[in-house]
Design a protein around this ligand. Structure first.
Ligand SMILES: Cc1cc2nc3c(=O)[nH]c(=O)nc-3n(C[C@H](O)[C@H](O)[C@H](O)COP(=O)(O)OP(=O)(O)OC[C@H]3O[C@@H](n4cnc5c(N)ncnc54)[C@H](O)[C@@H]3O)c2cc1C
Length: 456
C-alpha cells in the first residue's frame, strides 16, 4: 500500500482526522487529497469593483482548499447536540460533546486563545423567547471570527505539513476496492491505501453520490433548508448578540405550523455570496477584530423541506429555487421588508433612500417572485415574532437577501464507527450527511481517526 490512510478532502473533517492520526508519531503514512488550493492560494476574485459577482471559477476558493467550506466562515464552533448534525446518533451524546470540546481545545492551542465562549445556560433570554412563542435552543458557541479562524488554520497547517502528505489541486476522480484496501484515482496517478476517509463536504456531494452508487453503499435523501438572510442595524439585536453571540431560535408558524429558525447569526458582520456548483446563494460572516466589523447584523431565516414520494430530490428543489433567483437577479436579490409586505419590488431608488446600507452588492428585486408562498409566509410571520423580542426587526428598511439555501448531502448508511459496509472505508463530515457544522464535522474527524488507530 502507498499509504496507511488516505483522507479525501481537507475541510475541518479531513484536517482533524489527519491531526489526530498523526498527533503522536506512530509511523503512520497519511495523505490528504484536496481538490482546492493551499490556504494562502485561496482567493475569491470578487473585489466588488472590477469583479462584482461570482464568475464560476473552476475551483471555488470559498468552498474548497485547505480549511474547506469553513476557511472564510465566521468560525462559530457550536458545542451542542441540538443542531449542527446528528453525530450523537452514531456515537452517543456525551462522546459527541466530549469530542467537540476536544476540538475546541485544539483550536485554543493553535491561535484561538482569548476568543469568547458564549453559552445559553442560565440565560434569561430563554424565558423571554418562550413568552413570545419562540424557542431558544441550548448551545455553547466559540466565536473565532473569520480572522482568528484563518490563523488557527494556518497554525494547524504548519504543524501538519511535516507529518502528512498534502496533495492540493488533486480532485479524486474515483475510488475502488483492492485486495485489503482502496485505490484512489486522480488525474495525476493512482494510489492505494489500507483505510480511506472521505470528507468531501457539500462541494463534493455529487461525487459522493457516484461513489456510493458504484460501491453499493445505501443512501437516503436528506432535507433542504430554504429562506432568506436578514440584515439590520446591529444595535437592534445587540441585547441578544452581546450575551449569546449566536442564538438559534425556532418559531412554529400559526398558518401552516411550519418551523422557521434563525441560523448563522453574524453580529456586526457582512453578507456574502456563496457558490455551490455554479448556483449563487447568500451567506454571512463576521470578524473578531473590531476594526473589520460593520454596524449591521445578519442572520438567516430558514424553513426545512423534506421530500419522499414520488419526488425525493430535496436538493434539486432547493437548486431550482436558487436558479430562479439567479435568473431574475443575475445572482442574489435584495429586498426591503417594507417593499415585500406591500407587494412591490425594491429598486435602486427605494434602496438608496432607506436608512440602512447593504453590506453586499446584490440586485434589488422581488423575493415573492422567487420563494414559494408557504415559505415566504412563514418567514414574514417569523419576522413579526422576532419583532416582539427585538423591536425594529420588522422595520420597513430591514433587508432580506435571497435566496439562502442550505443543501444537505444524502445521508449515507454508516455504522456506529462511521464506517460504510466496506471495512476501512469511512465517511465523515458534511459529505456523509451526518454533520452540518464546523464542530460536528471536526469531531467526526477525530472520532474516525481514533477508531482507525485502535484498529491498526
Ligand atoms: C460562508 C460559509 C460560512 C459558514 N459558517 C459556519 C459557521 O460559522 N459555523 C459552522 O459551524 N459552520 C459554518 N459553515 C459550514 C461549515 O463550513 C461546514 O459545515 C464545514 O466546513 C464542513 O466540513 P467538512 O470537512 O465536512 O467539509 P468541507 O469544509 O466542505 O470540506 C470538504 C473539502 O473536500 C474537498 N473535496 C470535495 N470533493 C473532492 C474530491 N473529489 N477530491 C478531493 N477533494 C475534494 C473540497 O474542496 C473541500 O475543501 C459555513 C459555510 C460557509 C460556506
Amino acid at each position: 500500500m502507498d499509504y496507511d490512510v488516505i483522507i479525501i478532502g481537507a475541510g475541518p473533517g479531513g484536517i482533524y482526522a489527519a491531526y489526530e492520526l498523526t498527533k503522536e508519531d506512530r509511523g503512520m503514512r497519511v495523505a490528504v487529497f484536496e481538490a482546492g488550493n493551499e490556504l494562502h492560494e485561496r482567493k475569491c476574485p470578487i473585489d466588488g469593483d472590477r469583479i462584482k459577482t461570482c464568475i464560476g471559477c473552476e475551483r471555488c476558493s470559498i468552498m474548497s482548499g485547505f480549511g474547506g467550506a469553513g476557511a472564510f466562515s465566521d468560525g462559530k464552533y457550536n458545542i451542542t447536540n441540538d443542531f449542527g448534525g446528528t453525530l450523537y446518533e452514531y456515537i452517543g451524546k456525551e462522546e459527541a460533546i466530549r469530542l467537540m470540546e476536544y476540538v475546541d481545545s485544539i483550536n485554543m492551542s493553535h491561535g484561538g486563545e482569548g476568543t469568547k465562549l458564549y453559552t445559553t445556560a442560565n440565560s434569561t433570554f430563554k424565558k423571554i423567547c418562550l413568552q413570545n412563542k419562540l424557542q431558544l435552543l441550548d448551545a455553547s458557541v466559540r466565536h473565532l471570527g473569520t480572522d482568528i479562524n484563518y490563523v488557527v488554520l494556518e497554525n494547524l497547517y504548519d504543524e501538519l505539513k511535516d507529518r502528512v502528505e498534502f496533495r492540493f489541486r488533486t480532485p479524486v476522480k474515483s475510488l475502488s476496492l483492492t485486495d485489503g484496501g482502496y485505490r484512489v484515482v486522480t488525474d495525476g496517478g493512482e494510489y492505494t491505501c489500507s483505510k480511506c476517509v472521505i470528507s468531501v463536504g457539500r462541494s463534493g456531494s455529487k461525487w459522493m453520490e457516484t461513489v456510493c452508487e458504484e460501491l453499493g453503499i445505501e443512501t437516503e435523501s436528506n432535507r433542504v433548508d430554504i429562506g432568506v438572510r436578514v440584515e439590520l442595524p446591529a444595535v437592534l439585536f445587540s441585547h441578544i448578540t452581546d450575551e449569546l453571540y449566536e442564538s438559534k431560535i425556532v418559531y412554529r408558524t400559526e398558518k401552516f405550523e411550519d418551523k422557521v429558525r434563525t441560523f448563522c447569526m453574524n453580529p456586526k458582520g457582512s453578507v456574502v455570496n456563496e457558490n455551490t456548483n455554479g448556483i449563487v446563494t447568500v451567506n454571512g460572516h463576521s470578524y473578531e477584530d473590531p476594526e473589520k466589523q460593520t454596524d449591521m447584523t445578519n442572520f438567516a431565516l430558514l424553513v426545512s423541506k423534506h421530500f419522499s414520494v414520488p419526488f425525493k430530490d430535496s436538493n434539486g428543489y432547493g437548486e431550482s429555487i436558487a436558479r430562479l433567483s439567479n435568473m431574475l437577479g443575475g445572482g442574489v436579490i435584495v429586498q426591503r421588508f417594507g417593499d415585500l409586505i406591500r407587494g412591490r419590488r425594491t429598486n435602486y431608488k427605494r434602496l438608496s433612500s432607506s436608512f440602512v446600507t447593504p453590506t453586499l452588492k446584490a440586485e434589488p428585486g422581488d423575493l415573492s417572485l422567487v420563494l414559494p408562498k408557504r415559505i415566504l409566509d412563514g418567514i414574514i410571520e417569523m419576522i413579526y415574532a422576532l419583532d416582539r423580542i427585538a423591536p425594529g426587526t420588522a422595520n420597513d428598511d430591514t433587508l432580506l437577501y435571497g435566496v439562502e439555501v442550505k443543501f444537505y448531502n444524502l445521508e449515507v448508511k454508516l455504522d456506529e464507527h462511521l464506517e460504510t459496509r466496506h471495512r476501512g472505508l469511512y465517511m465523515i463530515g458534511d459529505g456523509s450527511g451526518v454533520t452540518h457544522s464546523l464542530s460536528h464535522a471536526s469531531a467526526s474527524g477525530v472520532f474516525v481517526a481514533r477508531d482507525i488507530l485502535k484498529a491498526m
